[in-house]
Each structure stands twice: as structure tokens, then as C-alpha cells.
Design a protein around this ligand. Structure first.
Ligand SMILES: C[S@@+](CC[C@H](N)C(=O)[O-])C[C@H]1O[C@@H](n2cnc3c(N)ncnc32)[C@H](O)[C@@H]1O
Length: 253
């Protein structure tokens, strides 16, 4: 296990993924009937994708949620599965992956209630290979990979399973987020963030749950995965540039 990172604790903490920015216990769907889950989705959809969380529609656009059709998508860190549902609505097949079994159950309930069946349901493990999955065309991971010290390893694994024409889409915290949270410059990119005295402040500023977070920039993404992935787009979402979406393609086939 990487120093400063306890996956079981993360599992517990992250069983309250965000809906419209508010952390919500994923067990909330356990006792609902399918029509009730459907109603819950319809009620929460505008919270997840309306203002302020969609940043004038930039979120869905940067992640190409409305422009992806007939692909095999893996939603890594699916939470309640709203992005997965967005893909499913456009005739993509969607596999769900998460560290939290209760989130996977909730995301599955969301898809089933809307009459879609996930192609796979994958519990993410600690350590290599992190996950097993059928090959996919899109590796989608929104608000997730800054919460693990295994950024490089997870993307190495993803690129092994990614089709040659496939794409990786990530939503990440940026160096600007570190500055906003701490008022200081982020630690150098090759220094583990938890060794910095501002780390706890950064983690809690970004999210109400979880005990691990890191920051990324184009340079830092290249530093960690530039030997096998190429950045094809980088787009800030918020006016303060605290979140960005990066898309990547395999550079070595
Ligand atoms: C901030 S939420 C984002 C959920 C969803 N992608 C969304 O955009 O609403 C983070 C999600 O990633 C999951 N997660 C956290 N660390 C993870 C890891 N190392 N591997 C896979 N999933 C992880 C959490 O359980 C949670 O469901």
C-alpha cells in the first residue's frame, strides 16, 4: 500500500459520493423500488448537471457526454452512475468500476431503473492490476484519479485494455486548486503531496470526505504518463481553473 493511503478507509468514506456537489450515502437507494429510483434520478439530474455544477455546460461538453455514441465505456469511480447513465442514453455500453461496493450497487440500480444493464460491475482493488475488465474504447474517470496515489498505475492498466483508437477522459483537480485551498504554491510535481504540511487543508478544502487528494497540470500529467500517453486536450472547467478535463490517447501501440 502506498504511504499515507488506506484503501479500506477510502472505501468507507467514498460510500458518500457527491450528487450536485453534496455527499450522499449511496445506501439511500437500497430500499427504493425501481420507479422510486427513477424518480430520484429525475429529481437529482438537474442538481448534478445544472448550475453551478456544470459550469455553463462545460462539464458535459469537455467530457463529450453528449457526443459519444456506440462505444464501450468504462466509468472508473462511477459514484451514483450519472455519467454512466449519460453514456448509456447514447447507446454506449457501460461498465461500472469503483472502490465502493455500495456505490456500485447504487450505480447499477440507477442504470437498471432507467432500463439499461451495465456490461460489467468491477470492484477496484488495492495494488496492481487494480482492476480487470473487458476491452473498452473510452476510459472515463471524473473526480477520481486525484484521490489515489496510483495515478500512473491505473492509467497503465487502462491503456492495456484501451482499444487502439480509444480515449482516456479525466476530470482532475489542478495546481490552481492547491493555491486556492492553501494560498501557497503546490509542492513540486515529483514530491508526494502528503509530505507537505498543507496536505490536510487541501484535501478537506476539495471534498467533505476522503483523506487523499493530489493536484495536476499538463506538465504533471506528462511527467507521470507522458511515456505511454499523449495529451490531446486540456480544458479548465471553473473560472478559477480549479478543475480541468484532460483527454489522452495511447502513444505506444
Ligand atoms: C468525487 S466521486 C465522483 C463520482 C462520479 N464519477 C461523479 O462524477 O459524480 C469519486 C468516486 O470515485 C470512487 N473512488 C475513489 N477512489 C477510487 C479509486 N482509487 N479507484 C476507483 N474509484 C475510486 C469513489 O468511491 C467515488 O465513487
Amino acid at each position: 500500500m502506498a504511504q499515507g493511503f488506506d484503501l479500506n478507509n477510502q472505501r468507507r468514506e467514498w460510500s458518500r459520493p457527491p450528487i450536485g456537489g453534496a455527499n450522499t450515502d449511496s445506501h439511500v437507494l437500497d430500499t427504493m423500488t425501481n420507479p422510486q429510483v427513477r424518480e430520484w434520478v429525475e429529481r437529482n439530474w438537474p442538481l448534478q448537471y445544472g448550475q453551478p455544477s456544470s459550469w455553463q455546460g462545460k462539464y458535459r461538453k469537455a467530457l463529450q457526454l453528449d457526443e459519444t455514441f456506440d462505444m464501450r465505456v468504462l466509468d472508473y469511480g462511477a459514484g451514483f452512475g450519472f455519467d454512466a447513465l449519460s453514456y448509456a442514453l447514447n447507446n454506449n455500453s457501460v461498465a461500472l468500476a469503483d472502490i465502493s461496493p455500495s456505490n456500485l450497487r447504487a450505480a447499477t440500480r440507477v442504470l437498471l431503473a432507467m432500463e439499461f444493464i451495465p456490461s460489467e460491475i468491477i470492484v477496484v482493488r488495492d495494488g496492481w492490476p487494480h482492476f480487470n475488465a473487458q476491452p473498452f474504447d473510452i476510459f472515463h474517470s471524473s473526480g477520481v484519479l486525484h484521490h489515489t496515489p496510483y495515478f500512473r498505475e491505473v492509467l497503465q492498466r487502462a491503456s492495456m485494455l484501451l482499444s487502439p483508437w480509444g480515449e482516456i477522459r479525466l476530470m482532475l483537480y489542478t495546481d490552481h486548486m492547491w493555491r486556492l485551498a492553501t494560498g501557497q504554491e503546490p509542492p513540486p510535481m515529483d514530491v508526494p503531496p502528503w509530505t507537505n504540511s498543507e496536505f490536510p487543508r487541501f484535501v478537506r478544502f476539495c471534498d467533505a470526505v476522503g483523506d487523499y487528494a493530489d493536484w495536476y497540470s499538463v506538465e504533471k500529467v506528462n511527467h507521470f504518463v507522458g511515456d505511454f500517453l499523449t495529451v490531446t486536450n486540456w480544458e479548465y472547467l471553473r473560472e478559477d481553473n480549479g478543475y480541468a478535463v484532460v483527454t489522452l490517447k495511447r502513444s505506444r501501440l
